[in-house]
Design a protein around this ligand. Structure first.
Ligand code: GLN
Length: 472
């Protein structure tokens, strides 16, 4: 039961959604060593499954009937706990449901539980969770990537049919690459962020992890679209992403500097070569295009996202939400001690960096400059899309690393070198499982499309999947 097609087949052969849910619950229990689920919503999931079974019986079931979905622990689901994998939200229960999650429920998906992630979605390895690291299902000595590591592992290990993640700088695509799953980050504003715990609001996007492009397309179609609760959610029409259509004669730009970068694993490069050959053989044009800004991408991302994070996370003050220090005396002491005890080291580092880049005297030198660089990157990327339909590059320079292997924060930040581009520019991007390295671990290829061209991004992804260039 890797895909929704498998689930539908099982239902057609007489299985109930309740039966399928029990299979997943059993698998989750057997895979607790992976630490991917922080909580299983057994009671509400079983109740949903029963309701969906009744709807199937009377012919009123929605489009996602039988799909069992895990959600990243930064998405709100009314009446259920949410913690952003942080101690500071200890005991907090959602007061409302995220629009993206609600739309899945409206189409009769079953929400099975919440998935471990890096604290407040800050990290590239899922080692920054207050509830312990997630393990890579392919080899548990390795990280699954981050920050949506629990979501990626859940899909790689078939613990649910699909999972939601969020992607601010690569947190869907990088773990998808490390786990051999499909990870889609839509255009900024394509899916409402209402009910997503904010990290960097001008970057954050919700998206699916799946074992097939078809499933990613369907989930996007269900979740996308305008929302009165999020003014940045686009009012553009949502296309029928799940309808298949073939396009040929596509123009694809391979980013030369990423391809040639010293740290890019030679086996990944060889696999990219193979993909290029396949695309050319199918009648598409593939050119190497220079984008000489690779060195600016990660620093710009960290100046701007830490600034936004320092503002967004100021609400966690020991008074409004969750954890409060027992030691504290007086108002100021409550803020200081609750925040020092409640936030982990990486989150504190980013709040401090963000406060610094926004501070009087440094604002122009860092934050305002960062915004200007972001604009240049957007313009230069738009120039590529004037001539090309897609940008192709590796998702990650390497395969997954061992738990504990990358100790240095800067080295960790550089893990995102190929993914943050699409967040700085807001473009939609997907990571598709490209191959298996001789070290036994998977890795992905990334395609970026022009703004709101998810339909085309999905079409080309399906084509690559069908050709067997990427692996379902
Ligand atoms: N790894 C990046 C970071 O730590 C991206 C995180 C994300 O996309 N949420 O910020």
């Amino acid at each position: 039961m890797r895909t929704f097609a498998d689930v539908k087949k099982a239902i057609a052969s007489g299985k109930s959604v309740t039966d399928l849910l029990e299979v997943y619950l059993g698998r989750i229990a057997d895979s607790s060593h992976l630490n991917s689920f922080l909580e299983v919503f057994e009671e509400s999931a079983r109740e949903q499954a029963r309701t969906v079974d009744a709807k199937i019986a009377n012919g009123t079931a929605g489009r996602l009937a039988g799909m069992v979905i895990g959600i990243k622990d930064n998405l709100c689901y009314k009446g259920h706990k949410v913690s952003a994998s942080s101690k500071i939200l200890e005991g907090f229960e959602s007061l409302y449901t995220a629009t993206a999650v609600q739309r899945l429920i409206n189409e009769d998906a079953v929400i099975i539980g919440r998935l471990n992630c890096d604290e407040f979605a800050m990290g590239s390895s899922n080692e920054n969770s207050a509830f312990g690291p997630v393990k890579n299902a392919i080899n548990p000595e390795f990280v699954p990537g981050g920050s949506s590591g629990g979501s990626a592992t859940a899909i790689a290990a078939n613990l649910c049919t699909a999972a939601l993640g969020s992607d601010t700088g690569g947190s869907i695509r990088q773990p998808a690459s490390f786990t051999g799953t499909v990870g889609l980050k839509p255009t900024y504003g394509r899916i409402s962020r209402y009910g997503l715990i904010a990290y960097a609001s001008s970057f954050d996007q919700i998206g699916p992890f799946t074992n097939s492009v078809e499933d990613a397309a369907l989930l996007l179609e269900v979740m996308a679209g305008a929302d009165d609760f999020d003014a940045t959610a686009s009012t553009r029409d949502v296309e029928r992403y799940s309808d298949e259509s073939e396009e040929s004669g596509l123009r694809i730009a391979v980013l030369k500097e990423s391809y040639e970068m010293d740290g890019t694993d030679p086996e990944i490069r060889t696999c990219i070569d193979h993909t290029i050959d396949e695309l050319k053989a199918a009648g598409n044009t593939v050119d190497f295009v220079s984008f000489p800004y690779l060195d600016y991408i990660v620093p710009t991302y960290y100046v701007l996202t830490t600034a936004e994070a320092s503002s967004n996370l100021s609400r966690f003050d020991g008074v409004h939400y969750g954890y409060r220090s027992n030691e504290a005396k007086g108002v100021e002491d409550t803020y200081k001690k609750s925040r020092s005890e409640g936030f982990g080291a990486e989150v504190q580092r980013r709040i401090m960096a963000g406060t610094f880049v926004l501070s009087h005297g440094y604002y122009d030198a860092y934050y305002a400059k960062g915004q200007k660089v972001r604009r240049v990157l957007q313009e230069k990327t738009n120039e590529i899309f004037e001539q090309y339909d897609f940008i192709l590059l590796p998702t990650t320079p390497t395969t997954a690393f061992k738990i504990g292997e990358v100790g240095d924060s800067i080295a960790m930040y550089l893990q995102d070198i190929f993914t943050v581009h699409a967040n700085l520019t807001g473009n939609p991007a997907i990571s598709l499982p490209l191959g298996q390295h001789s070290n036994g671990l998977p890795f992905g290829v990334q395609l970026i499309a022009n703004h709101f061209e998810e339909q085309r991004l999905i079409n080309i992804s399906r084509q690559l999947e069908k050709k067997g260039v990427v692996h379902e």
